[in-house]
Write a protein that binds this ligand. Sequence first.
Ligand SMILES: Cc1cc2nc3c(=O)[nH]c(=O)nc-3n(C[C@H](O)[C@H](O)[C@H](O)COP(=O)(O)OP(=O)(O)OC[C@H]3O[C@@H](n4cnc5c(N)ncnc54)[C@H](O)[C@@H]3O)c2cc1C
Length: 448
Amino acid sequence: MVIGAGFTGLLAARVLAGRFDRVTVLERDELPSGAAHRSGLPQARHPHGMLARGAEIVEALFPGVRAELAAQGAPVFDFGAGFATRLPHGWAPRCPVGIEVQSFGLAHLEAVLRARVRALPGVRLRDGFVVDGLHLSADRRRVVGVMGHRRADPGHMPVRIAADLVVDASGRRSRLPGWLTAAGLPSPRRSEVPSPLVYSSRLYEVTGDQVPDWSVSFEMTLPPSVRRGGAAVTVDGTHRLVSLVAPGHELPPPRDDEALRRFAASLRSPHFAEVMERGRPMSPVHRCVVGGNRWFRYDRLRPRPGRLLVLGDAFCAFNPVYGQGLTVAALQARLLARLLTTAHDPGPLAYRFQRRAARIVLVPWLTATAADAGWSVEPAGRPARMTRAVLDVVLRRLPGEPGLYARFARVQNMVASPGVLLRPLLVRPGRRSGRAFRAGPVGPPREG
Ligand SMILES: Cc1cc2nc3c(=O)[nH]c(=O)nc-3n(C[C@H](O)[C@H](O)[C@H](O)COP(=O)(O)OP(=O)(O)OC[C@H]3O[C@@H](n4cnc5c(N)ncnc54)[C@H](O)[C@@H]3O)c2cc1C
């Protein structure tokens, strides 16, 4: 049983269908047949970029998805050539790096995946059903199902559904910690690194002859010195989703068109202002409070009931400006597929899964929280300070070093480990050998 039919829940259902005769996905929302928006997926109003590693896993689980999205107009392009990145110290080099990526709207991706999951034998998507709690064995050592109610039922009559294995994929607002407490069990410790960032996004239709030379454009924030940024994603041939990003009190109100344009013009990348100038608005301005990084340590929770797995944002949600959430969820789905091929009993599987899922989360967590530690006046922990020191050096050097950028792009897309950056960092260009970089805080960005 899977709680939540978002991106993670759909991938989990696909993987579980390979091993179990029956898989039920319970979703609170009424699910649309196409790419329409729904209230349980507010983030789909905002630009999403899927890293190459995540796309690779999705394609392996659902062969032909890339082509299906491409047929709807979602461009496929080389990351180095089509992804324009304004870094704190200048533009990232624009040259092919041999990594193919695709841009699309999240609602489109989910619609395609949902149709594929619906067609799987033995899988049932049960929408309009709200899960309210866990159903545990008498000794409370394992989960044997869930409790919930139909949204359409005015009396909210409780319904109990039995299951051999329960996967929580109910996202950032998962209520699982409360369900565990209500059942008299401990709930997980929470690691949190907040971010004050807010997204303000709008869909535009851009027609005409002047086709921009980017499919995705991104201006990076790097606190404390770079507090404002933006993202623009090509959803299809003519539609671009543009987002302005800053701490909430620095963003103009959604209805103040003029102030939003001025804000866009104040950014270092001209791309966002250009789309807003030339494009026809196709949606209202949607705001989203990002909420920072939050990791529920289910991997360390003792005792915890068996036959319960937690995936995706319900396990660990990142500040989305780093674009890691979908790929980390895809990596977890792949891990689950691997463990299912050898596991005979779903009980111990849950413990092994959560421990190994924590290893998947670790590097993305360190990267995101090291950068976001800049929002806080409190000193960061040692691992975050070290990661930030390396990040600052890499970011300063990237604009002038295409070779380093090609490696960085592989790390950023999670197709290579951060270790591939160490050698070029230790050997400065023009030197045969060199001393390690000097770590220090990033200064105010230079223009250029
Ligand atoms: C503004 C923004 C921009 C982002 N940009 C990127 C990006 O560029 N790249 C990237 O990789 N990631 C990005 N992310 C993160 C990405 O959206 C998430 O990591 C991903 O969507 C998480 O998917 P999920 O399935 O785990 O959770 P969700 O998408 O939240 O899905 C959870 C589902 O569970 C359902 N549900 C919840 N509670 C219950 C219940 N009690 N009973 C039944 N159903 C329930 C919900 O209705 C929902 O359908 C962004 C996020 C935000 C907010």
